[in-house]
Ligand binder design. Sequence first.
Ligand SMILES: Cc1cc2nc3c(=O)[nH]c(=O)nc-3n(C[C@H](O)[C@H](O)[C@H](O)COP(=O)(O)O)c2cc1C
Length: 372
Amino acid sequence: MPSTNPLLQPYTLGDLQLPNRIAMAPMTRARAGEEMLANDLMAKYYCQRSSAGLIITEGTFPSQMGVGWMHAPGIYTDAMQAAWKPVVDSIHEAGGRVFCQLWHTGRASHSDFHDGQLPLAPSAVKHEGAPLRTPKSNGGKVPHETPHALTTDEISNVIDEYQQAAERAMQAGFDGVEIHAANGYLIDTFLQSKTNHRDDQYGGSTEKRFQFLREVTAAVTSVFPSQRVGVRISPHGDFNDMGSPDFREQFLYVAEQLDSFDLAYLHILIGTAFGFHELGEPLTMHDFRKVYSGTLMANAGFDRETGAATIADGGSDLVSYGRPYISNPDLVERFANDWPLADDAPRDVWYSFDEKGYADWPTYQERVPATS
Ligand SMILES: Cc1cc2nc3c(=O)[nH]c(=O)nc-3n(C[C@H](O)[C@H](O)[C@H](O)COP(=O)(O)O)c2cc1C
């Protein structure tokens, strides 16, 4: 008998037919090596998860200055583009659909990644959060630096880089791209009053803080049809030393403005299970529904029941799962059959690393041969 679980109902996303409402959330796995190239291990990992309605890749750097995490992949050179192509092809052959998440790390990076050049931000506001691993930190961690505040000319260059990365993603065969505007990386630091202290056209008011994302979205949707572009935001997050007291006003404005782009989806870390700044009453998916008419994707802390409930009550159209996907590549089948989940990634240990800097949960293919 066909399942009545709302998560398992098909969904039409623009011109894509999704077999279910379950998305795989973007997750950095740091397996692309020093060359930052997608590879066979990544292909296998994504193919194992191809029953998801939509896969969103791990964050992928759109430019050299966007790099800020050891061994994560890029998509800004010919070699990087060529490396993604067979990965994307194999996901398609396995029956999946995949968007590439474009990730400029901004002030969360370090000059060690950029031959001594300071990381980029809207304003010279230092990240006071946890130190980071860099190519020169010898396995240890170094504190963040005061970033370089971008000039308006430099901002134009960064937007061009997003456009070029989108072109490369299209050449590599991706079904679309997700613009990472969440979690304290470059775009989020433009959106938030905590980190954007500019007084030009890119800062000083709710409207102006949105201008950078507006231009990035316009650039990316000049490459992909708008219905193949998603945007991800994190109104409640404290990750990367974020959190602004005016978050409600700012993020509702962002959603309202993005609505006119007719995007594939707006992806919101609505749950507080991935860090919460506690600066006010959290927004709800229904708050976003009032200002956004397109497809909404909810994330952070959902399980089978709460994911189904947010679709059933009209809060969301799609639900993305991150940590549950690490050790449950067959998450769709487990939800469909109400099988228990393997729980290698307990949510109270929400983000931890081994001594090499890798997320320390064994993945399914590390524990179980890929053929099983
Ligand atoms: C290992 C790991 C890597 C992550 N990498 C990214 C990333 O590259 N881009 C991103 O937007 N979020 C990233 N996240 C956040 C997840 O997409 C997701 O928002 C978070 O895990 C909360 O959802 P969950 O409760 O379903 O796990 C990562 C999370 C984890 C656990």
